[in-house]
Write a protein that binds this ligand. Structure first.
Ligand SMILES: *[C@@H]1O[C@H](CO)[C@@H](O)[C@H](O)[C@H]1NC(C)=O
Ligand SMILES: *[C@@H]1O[C@H](CO)[C@@H](O)[C@H](O)[C@H]1NC(C)=O
Ligand SMILES: *[C@@H]1O[C@H](CO)[C@@H](O)[C@H](O)[C@H]1NC(C)=O
Length: 352
């Protein structure tokens, strides 16, 4: 046995599932199989720092769009800070924007053409590569609006900035988007003519991304596909649910899959229609020193964003410090030498 360091990190708190809007649970609905991207569990500190930076940049991007769309700042925007400091390595990371994404198949156009997309509750826009995208989209399936009878050119461009300074940009179209046989007609989507480095096939296996947040954080200021499905009557309930597991994962549209859980659902009010945002009561840590099983709170009532596009829990430095300090007898310590939001903890696991 020897001691080594493992790395842990932060974000705004998040969980692995989102269950929209109040309503009665129902088992009528449609399940879409989704797969988890297989990514290496061994990730160095600079890559972790890059992920944290990209997660923060993603949230900031959504909040900027929110303010542009609504004219008021996002209620949590005051709490998001990002250090201007670069990584100690000084190198520009390949932006691993979506390290743990969950993706499945949708189709676009008439006749329908299949695309794999990351189902992301932390954003609200659908985009796939355009046929006129060059090498930055290579290896991905491409959308050709001229080959679709139902496509409509919206005569607007779009551009999404990513944490590494690169962008996804292209043109907006409206077309039929089919998810498990459910059709969202005249759905606004982006046909990307430029993909950022984080969307290269080596880092991002699906073709595109399907945002499942609210219109207020849509860069197109358009209804996201699920809202279009609901307003068009393709689903009778405005609920969806995720099962995120090593196998058998699914996205369930138009309800919740009552075969996948036991007992009642705990409903919490949505605090803002932008992200899937609610508050949790507290985070407690069980005392490991005395082994008496006592739990004590380290973080109190906190606003939370449920984002299927990240596996990190981001939080404010005070709460995060309290959490990590309580984790082991010696506690975890901030390790700014590796980057913002990186902590080290002495590990007794020789595999670590
Ligand atoms: C949209 O992008 C295309 C291709 O880059 C460009 O030629 C065109 O001028 C842009 N249109 C607008 C309205 O910005
Ligand atoms: C899914 O994973 C669980 C836990 O690893 C395993 O017990 C189960 O047999 C797996 N099911 C399938 C269908 O592979
Ligand atoms: C979301 O936050 C904004 C800004 O604080 C506020 O004006 C708006 O009413 C909130 N929306 C909901 C649905 O609570």
């Amino acid at each position: 046995m020897y001691f080594s360091h493992t790395f842990v990190l932060i974000t705004l708190p998040f969980f692995t599932a989102a269950i929209p809007r109040a309503g009665l649970p129902t088992s009528s609905g449609i399940a879409i199989p989704i797969a988890k991207r297989v990514s290496s569990s061994l990730v160095g500190p600079s890559r972790y720092a890059s992920r944290v930076r990209n997660s923060i940049a993603k949230i900031k991007r959504g909040m900027t769009i929110y303010q542009r769309n609504t004219g008021v700042p996002h209620p949590l925007s005051g709490g998001i800070k990002m250090s201007r400091k670069r990584d100690k390595t000084g190198s520009v990371q390949l932006a691993d924007d979506y390290p743990e994404l969950w993706y499945g198949t949708i189709s676009i156009g008439t006749p329908p053409k299949d695309f794999t997309v990351d189902f992301d509750t932390g954003s609200s826009d659908l985009f796939v590569p355009s046929k006129s995208c060059g090498s930055s989209c290579s290896g991905h399936n491409a959308y050709d609006p001229s080959a679709s009878d139902t496509s409509r050119d919206l005569r607007k461009n779009f551009s999404l900035a990513y944490g590494d300074g690169s962008t996804v940009s292209g043109r907006q179209f409206a077309d039929y988007v089919t998810v498990s046989g459910l059709v969202a007609k005249d759905q606004t989507l982006g046909a990307a003519t430029q993909y950022s480095t984080g969307f290269e096939t080596s880092q991002f296996p699906p073709d595109g991304l399907m945002g499942m947040g609210f219109k207020s954080i849509s860069v197109y200021l358009a209804n996201p596909p699920f809202q279009t499905l609901f307003s068009g009557g393709a689903v009778s309930s405005s609920m969806f649910g995720f099962k995120l597991a090593p196998n058998g994962s699914e996205l369930f549209l138009g309800g919740v899959n009552s075969y996948l859980f036991k007992g009642p659902i705990t409903w919490v009010p949505l605090s803002n229609e932008s992200y899937w945002q609610a508050s949790f009561d507290m985070i407690t840590v069980t005392d490991t020193v005395t082994q008496l099983g006592f739990s004590f709170p380290v973080v109190g009532k906190t606003e939370t964003i449920f984002d299927t596009g990240t596996t990190q829990i981001l939080g404010d430095p005070v709460g995060i410090n309290a959490f990590f300090a309580a984790l082991s007898p010696s506690g975890a310590k901030p390790a700014p030498e590796y980057g913002d939001g990186i902590y080290t903890i002495v590990s007794t696991d020789s595999e670590a």
